[in-house]
Design a protein around this ligand. Structure first.
Ligand code: GDP
Ligand code: GDP
Length: 454
């Protein structure tokens, strides 16, 4: 493939990226938040592909209802610090929800009635302008419905009685959530700038990196528009290219609440990832890839975003000849589901390697928009089939008639087959590898779909 086809491919194909709304479940311990979360997620997980090897904590997941998709977050699961009193935990949850969520679902328990703790949460929640849904859980039978009216006393509007355990009236709750979504602005961005998010745990060096990037000679800071109250993007030009650094306020902000700060940064990261084209996942060379790093990485994969792994604080590592290679092996092992992500070693302190960060981000962006000709895709397909026969099942062999690239950002390939039930994960992965042998599509996941002919 020539350089020109690559360039022609991504011009004019820019589409608006808007993130998914975040819906947070808030409430005292034992009211049934995690039961409700599992019930809502278990019944209708929007994202069916579960990348094997991703360690995902199940405190956030996508839910689809009436054609709308949103990310549901169980803040009770996120914030579970045993050294906290229950009152502290609950307060933090409520604040977290107010700051980071688009819609808040406040859960109470009909068996307990309105408690003092519920009142205190309501007092915090009442200060937000964000849409709020009041749910009264454990309404397992008709008799208990009488108890729901009592919750009008919280002054948060109409309570929705339901039973998470028995799965009663959960549809009513989803209806309320979807209604409330109508009022949510998702900061959809139609500018042609490349959107880059810098994400990672606390103290890995995101803010230091940001400062280094802004201080580079080729970088001109154009403006710092406030898109919404708390998401501040920064526009820069790098040479000829316009880049929007997403949510720089989130990077710089020091939490007002010291403990539980990791949870703030995870939710913040989710928002930023949703709006980005390219995600720079910063990890700390001294810590290696932690469980939380791989949670964030799993989310980047699920969102089909392009990604590079930046190993920061490389200045602190004793560098014998194999250091970088060994570290990269560690990254590849811990982030097995991201084999296509480039790994870059940098020091935000000494600026070593930082000059390569923006060129890499731009390169990854362009990779997202590469489009292969139909003939080329079929060529790849024929060769792939010749090298390894498609799997058999149900008394027949999978036949793949043809393939084409159906879209970009992320590159999507559509294949027509005789019976799509015969396509299994192993062969799909093999096809992806065959595509990447022809063109790397560096940093971006590929999306493959199969449909039956006729
Ligand atoms: P969380 O601490 O708010 O996440 O609460 P959990 O989801 O862990 O639930 C606490 C307890 O309440 C568990 O024993 C659940 O089985 C129970 N529970 C949750 N939902 C319901 C419900 O709808 N009805 C009844 N009767 N019990 C429930
Ligand atoms: P953030 O929380 O991810 O934004 O992290 P910061 O940028 O605030 O950095 C956390 C700490 O790590 C600060 O003390 C930084 O000076 C230090 N730090 C950041 N990058 C590097 C680096 O590359 N090398 C070293 N030695 N320290 C770093």
């Amino acid at each position: 493939m020539t350089e020109e086809t690559v360039l022609a491919a991504y011009e004019g194909e820019r589409e608006a990226v808007s993130r998914k709304p975040l819906v947070a479940l808030v409430g005292r311990p034992n009211v049934g938040k995690s039961t409700l979360f599992n019930r809502l997620v278990g019944e209708r997980v929007a994202i069916v592909h579960e990348t094997p090897g991703t360690t995902r904590d199940r405190h956030y997941a996508d839910v689809e209802w009436q054609g709308r998709v949103f990310t549901l977050v169980d803040t009770g699961g996120l914030i579970r610090d045993p050294s906290d009193t229950i009152a502290e935990q609950v307060q933090r949850q409520a604040r977290l929800a107010i700051e980071e969520a688009d819609i808040i679902v406040f859960i109470t328990d009909v068996l307990d009635g309105v408690t003092g703790a519920d009142q205190r949460i309501a007092n915090i929640l009442r200060r937000t302008e964000k849409p709020l849904v009041l749910a009264v859980n454990k309404v397992d039978n008709l008799e208990r419905e009488q108890g729901v009216y009592e919750f009008y006393a919280l002054g948060l509007g109409k309570p929705v009685g339901l039973s998470a355990l028995r799965g009663l009236k959960t549809g009513d709750l989803l209806d309320e959530i979807v209604d409330a979504l109508a009022d949510v602005s998702l900061e959809g961005d139609i500018s042609s700038a490349v959107r880059v998010a810098i994400v990672g745990r606390m103290n890995v060096g995101k803010s230091s990196l940001l400062n280094q990037l802004l201080g580079q000679e080729r970088v001109i800071v154009s403006d710092v528009p406030g898109t919404t109250r708390d998401a501040v993007d920064m526009s820069i030009t790098y040479g000829e290219e316009e880049v929007t650094l997403i949510d720089t306020a989130g990077i710089r902000r020091r939490g007002r609440v010291e403990r539980g700060i990791e949870q703030y940064s995870v939710l913040r990261a989710l928002r930023a990832i949703g709006r980005a084209d390219v995600v720079l996942l910063v990890i700390d060379a001294l810590d290696g890839v932690t469980a939380q790093d791989s949670h964030i990485a799993g989310y980047i994969v699920d969102e089909f975003k392009s990604v590079a792994v930046l190993v920061n604080k490389w200045d602190l590592v004793e560098k014998d000849t194999d250091a970088a290679m060994l570290f990269e092996e560690h990254v590849r092992y811990r982030l097995q589901f991201l084999p296509y992500a480039p790994v870059l070693f940098i020091s935000a302190l000494t600026a070593q390697g930082v000059e390569r960060v923006l060129p890499l981000a731009l390169h990854l962006y362009h990779e997202r928009y590469v489009r292969l000709e139909d003939a080329e895709v079929n060529d790849i397909l024929q060769e792939a089939i010749a090298r390894r026969s498609p799997p058999r099942g149900r008394g027949k062999r999978l036949i793949i008639y043809e393939g084409r690239q159906a879209g970009v950002a992320p590159p999507a390939f559509a294949f027509t087959v005789n019976d799509k039930r015969l396509v299994h994960f192993g062969y799909e992965r093999y096809l992806k590898n065959c595509i990447r042998e022809r063109y790397t599509f560096e940093g971006t996941p590929l999306r493959l779909t199969f449909s039956n002919r006729g």
